[in-house]
Structures are given as structure tokens and as C-alpha cells.
Design a protein around this ligand. Structure first.
Ligand code: 5GP
Length: 196
């Protein structure tokens, strides 16, 4: 998505260690007109999918998932990072290793908000090693729900997550795919036919 690529070129900051900072428009301060265009683009790409729920993970997926949800006309459920998992059967739970914080979280979703009747679109801000998505996919599977696909804002194509998740047969639509990036030369994007 050219609009997002241009924004990343202009306001994204490449850090050492393969980290892209986008906190001025994506995951701290949030550019809502941009989110709205992103939501519109995911809706166009998943027009044929009978999505009735969007699933994301706190904290940084929530903003973009909420704006996307207006285009789909569906509710958003976000997976919560829990300090301790209560094992009385009220929640689906999984463990997710965080790329940015280098620790493992227990992540939960209440059984009240996800079940076999649901057709789920997962939305998240980044795809790097795919750990966050693997956890969310596991939660969708535990619920017996149908995973219609995954919408990602920024995929770091030089990390293995995209291949890993697509290798499971899941449809992943990333609005910007970074082919390579470094502190000196900045960010290079992968062309995606059929994307705006
Ligand atoms: P994964 O689980 O795919 O390795 O990483 C996904 C999560 O890590 C995302 O939800 C995002 O919060 C965070 N993340 C991964 N790479 C980056 C990055 O380069 N910049 C920022 N800001 N967050 C990232």
C-alpha cells in the first residue's frame, strides 16, 4: 500500500537489531486517517471472506484493528497478556514470545467472545518471526472458529514469520512488506501485485 510505504519512508526510524520504529503514526501516536485507509484496503482484499469477528493482541494491534472493524462492521476481540492464567476453563490461553520485549507472555481470550460460530480475521501491526500470530492462530483453533485470514500492517519480509504462517495455508495480506532495511540506506519494499 503506497500510502503506508510513503509514511514509513518519511516517519519510520530504522534501529539497530532489525527494529523499525513507527511510534509517531502506528503504535504510540496513531494516524487515524491512515488507519482508515488501511482498514479500507483490508476490506477490499478480504471482500470475499465472511468475516464476523476481528481478533488482535494488546496493546499495539488494538487501534488499527478497531478502525479496520468499522469497514467490516464486526466487533474486535483482543487477546490479553495475563500475569497468571486461571485454569478454570473460562479462557483459551497460549504462550507468546515477544520479539520486542524478549520475554514469554501468557495470552488469554475469554470463551464468551470466541467460539465455533466465528469466522475470524486476525489483524496486527507487525509480522516478524510470526510468534504472535502462531499464538493467535492457536487460540482460534482452540475455539473451533474458522480463520478467514490475517491482515498485517508491516511485514518484515527478511524475517521468517511470513513464510512460516503462509506455509500453514493461511492467507496473509500485509499492506507493506519490507524486503530489507538498514540504518544507512533506510527501507526497501517488496512489490505486491494486486495491492494499492
Ligand atoms: P513476531 O511475533 O512476528 O516476531 O513479532 C510481532 C510483534 O512484535 C508485533 O506485534 C510487534 O508488536 C512487535 N514487533 C516486531 N518487529 C517489530 C519492529 O521492527 N518494530 C516494532 N515497533 N515492533 C515490532
Amino acid at each position: 500500500m503506497k500510502l503506508l510505504e510513503d509514511k514509513i519512508r518519511k516517519d519510520g526510524v530504522v534501529k539497530e537489531g532489525g527494529v523499525l520504529k513507527v511510534d509517531s503514526f502506528l503504535n504510540h501516536q496513531m494516524d487515524i486517517p491512515l488507519f482508515d485507509e488501511m482498514g479500507k484496503e483490508w476490506k477490499r482484499l478480504f471482500a470475499d471472506a465472511p468475516v464476523n469477528k476481528i481478533l488482535t493482541i494488546e496493546a499495539s494491534g488494538i487501534g488499527v484493528a478497531c478502525i479496520a472493524a468499522r469497514h467490516f462492521g464486526v466487533p474486535v476481540v483482543f487477546a490479553k497478556k495475563a500475569r497468571s492464567v486461571n485454569i478454570d476453563g473460562e479462557v483459551y490461553s497460549t504462550k507468546i514470545e515477544s520479539f520486542t520485549h524478549r520475554r514469554v507472555y501468557d495470552v488469554i481470550v475469554s470463551r464468551k467472545f470466541l467460539g465455533p460460530e466465528d469466522h475470524v480475521l486476525i489483524i496486527d501491526d507487525f509480522l516478524a518471526n510470526g510468534k504472535a500470530l502462531e499464538g493467535l492462530i492457536q487460540i482460534v483453533e482452540s475455539a473451533g472458529a474458522v480463520l478467514e485470514g490475517i491482515g498485517i500492517a508491516i511485514e518484515k519480509g527478511f524475517q521468517p514469520g511470513g513464510e512460516l504462517i503462509r506455509g500453514k495455508g493461511v492467507r496473509v495480506e500485509s499492506l507493506a512488506v519490507i524486503e530489507s532495511m538498514d540504518v544507512e540506506s533506510g527501507v526497501k519494499f517488496r512489490r505486491q501485485p494486486g495491492h494499492s
